[in-house]
Design a protein around this ligand. Structure first.
Ligand code: PGA
Length: 253
């Protein structure tokens, strides 16, 4: 399966800085076709970045979306609006949204279904906190997030769904002391996610769904992580902000 490396820029970069990074990536990642490459700038930079990368091998994604199409929802952005500015993907249910913005499995599910209805590819983020892992609850947590997040999603639509496993305790942006999951822990959870997808859908869907790892993925550990049989790519935060470091990750396996 073709791997996907996605850069989640989070709350970083002015329009000018985003355009500059995208323009640099366009040059240094030119010609790579055996991997899908995605960048997710903040909303304000999507349109301008789209004009820089249009027609290249770099895809565009947003970091969140709302489920309604239009109306009195101050501050929100609809799937159709993301498509309008050139988005191919949207990240849904990132742990930072769950933690700081009251994102629940129910709102994640609404966002996923609404995005799929508008033919946007979605990246559903799942992952446990340190406390949950210490209590041995990581599988229960991830299973629930998958089950509730994907409720009502049709098997046929699963080809537009990517899962990102991001253990909260391994996310480095904002927590420079955090370390990535061991390749063993990551692989084990990815395998478990595939097992749950098999139960929720079927074997074929489980085998063909891309499962990304996120949490301190860097140029120096990408090779080892990507060598695991159930890791099909990465969702990269901190190390995606600098074009050269993101390119090293894309080229590093
Ligand atoms: P990180 O972030 O690469 O900085 O750990 C990953 C993410 O939160 O998507």
């Amino acid at each position: 399966m073709k791997p996907l490396i996605a850069g989640n820029w989070k709350l970083n970069k002015t329009v000018e800085e985003a355009v500059e990074t995208a323009a640099r990536l366009k040059i240094i990642l030119q010609g790579i076709t055996d991997k899908d490459i995605l960048i997710c700038p903040p909303f304000t930079a999507l349109d301008k970045v789209h004009h820089v990368i249009k027609g290249t091998n770099i895809l565009l994604g947003a970091q969140d979306v709302f489920w309604e199409e239009k109306g009195a929802f101050t501050g929100e952005v609809a799937p159709e609006m993301l498509k309008d500015v050139g988005c191919d993907y949207v990240i849904i249910g990132h742990s930072e949204r769950r933690e700081y913005f009251n994102e629940s499995d129910e709102t994640v599910n609404k966002k996923i279904r609404s995005s799929l209805a508008d033919e946007l590819n979605v990246i559903l983020c799942v992952g446990e906190s340190l406390e949950q892992r210490k209590a041995g609850k990581q599988e229960t947590v991830v299973e629930q997030q998958l089950e509730k997040g994907l409720k009502g999603v049709k098997k046929a639509d699963m080809k537009f769904v990517t899962i990102a496993y991001e253990p909260i305790w391994a996310i480095s942006s904002g927590n420079p002391n955090h370390k990535p999951a061991t390749t063993n822990d990551a692989q084990e959870m990815h395998k478990f996610i595939r097992y749950i997808l098999n139960i929720l859908f079927d074997d074929k869907t489980a085998e063909s769904t891309r499962i990304l790892y996120g949490g301190s993925m860097k140029p120096d550990n990408v090779k080892e992580l990507m060598a695991q049989p159930d890791i099909n790519g990465g969702l990269v935060g901190g190390a995606s902000l600098d074009a050269e470091s993101f390119a090293k990750i894309v080229k590093g396996f």
